[in-house]
Write a protein that binds this ligand. Structure first.
Ligand SMILES: CC(C)(COP(=O)(O)OP(=O)(O)OC[C@H]1O[C@@H](n2cnc3c(N)ncnc32)[C@H](O)[C@@H]1OP(=O)(O)O)[C@@H](O)C(=O)NCCC(=O)NCCS
Length: 224
C-alpha cells in the first residue's frame, strides 16, 4: 500500500527520519563586523541609485557571472529579483554597509538553504569599487558565516566563484573554505570563450574564526 510505505519502512531510514525541517530563524536586526555591518536588504537599498549602478557596472558584474546583465539590467528586473529573494523561505538577503559611516556598499546572500541537511550557499557583491581590497568582503563573509554556524545552526557553507576571480577564491580560502570541485568550462567569459567555475565548501569545524570571533561584543551592542 503506497500510503503506508514510509511508516512501514521507517527503520530503514533512521537518518532521514530523524531530520526535522528546522524553523527558519528571523533575520537579525544587524550583524556587526570589524569594518562592516550586515543588515537585512530593504526597500531603501533596492531603490538606491547606486544598487542599480553597480548592476550596470561591467567591472562589478564580470566576475558575478551575469552575462545577461551585459545589456543593462532594468529596474523592474532588479525589483523582481529582490522581491523573490526577500520573500524566499530559503534565502537571507543582506545589505553590507561600512561600519563607521553606514554607507551602503554591497550585498550578501545566504541562499539555497536546505533546512534538513543544514547547508547554505554564500554569495557576495561589493559594488562600491573604491573599497575593494579593504578587507570588507572577508569581514562580511566571516560575520555572516559566524551567524549561520552559531545561530542558524548551519552545518556546512558552500560558495562558488569564477576561476577568473582569484581574489574571491582567496578570501574564501582564508576563512577556511576548501576547493571541492571544478565545473570545467562552465562560465561564459566576457572576452570570449569559457572559464572554469570553482566550488568551495566549509564545515563549521573548519571555519577560521580569527577576526570574526572578536566581534561578539559588537553584536551584543547591536542587539540593544
Ligand atoms: C571579489 C570581491 C567580493 C572582493 O571584495 P574585497 O572587499 O575587495 O575583498 P577583500 O578586500 O576582503 O579581500 C581581497 C583579497 O584578495 C586578494 N587579491 C586581490 N587580487 C588578487 C588576485 N589577483 N589573486 C589572488 N588574490 C588577490 C587581496 O590581496 C585580498 O587578500 P588579503 O587580505 O590576504 O591581502 C569584490 O571585488 C567584488 O564584489 N567584486 C565584484 C562581484 C564579485 O566578483 N562577487 C563575487 C562573486 S562569487
Amino acid at each position: 500500500m503506497p500510503g503506508n510505505l514510509e511508516r512501514d519502512r521507517l527503520h530503514e531510514f533512521p537518518g532521514w527520519w530523524g531530520l526535522e525541517r528546522k524553523i527558519r530563524p528571523a533575520y537579525p536586526a544587524e550583524l556587526l563586523g570589524n569594518v562592516c555591518r550586515v543588515l537585512p536588504f530593504g526597500e531603501e537599498h533596492q531603490n538606491s541609485d547606486r544598487y542599480l549602478a553597480w548592476l550596470r557596472d561591467f567591472e562589478v558584474i564580470r566576475t558575478l557571472n551575469l552575462p545577461a546583465y551585459w545589456s543593462p539590467v532594468q529596474k523592474d528586473e532588479v525589483r523582481r529579483y529582490c522581491a523573490a529573494l526577500r520573500g524566499s523561505e530559503n534565502d537571507y538577503f543582506f545589505a553590507i554597509a561600512l561600519r563607521e559611516t553606514g554607507e551602503f556598499i554591497g550585498t550578501l546572500r545566504a541562499g539555497h538553504i536546505d533546512w534538513r541537511a543544514d547547508i547554505a550557499d554564500i554569495g557576495i557583491m561589493i559594488g562600491e569599487k573604491r573599497v575593494w581590497g579593504g578587507g570588507i568582503a572577508q569581514d562580511a563573509i566571516a560575520t555572516l558565516a559566524r551567524w549561520l554556524f552559531d545561530v542558524v545552526e548551519i552545518r556546512r557553507i558552500t560558495a562558488g566563484a569564477m576561476a577568473a576571480n582569484p581574489a574571491m577564491i582567496h578570501v574564501f580560502e582564508k576563512l577556511g573554505f576548501q576547493q571541492e570541485g571544478v565545473l570545467r568550462s562552465q562560465d561564459a567569459l566576457p572576452e570570449g570563450g569559457y572559464g572554469d567555475h570553482i566550488l568551495l565548501g566549509c564545515l563549521k569545524s573548519e571555519f577560521v574564526r580569527g577576526q570574526a570571533e572578536a566581534l561578539r561584543e559588537g553584536d551584543e551592542d547591536a542587539r540593544k
